[in-house]
Design a protein. Sequence first.
Length: 47
Amino acid sequence: MNLTRALRNYRSYRSTVNELNRLSNRELADLGIAKSDIPAIARQSIR
């Protein structure tokens, strides 16, 4: 069960990181996000 949850969380994390990395710096700035904030935001998405 924990392995399944960990895999699901990892996939969600990677998906969020990938989506945010596709945005331009301008789009991220409009959202108030810096490139360096992306990993932290992705970690919050799995909680």
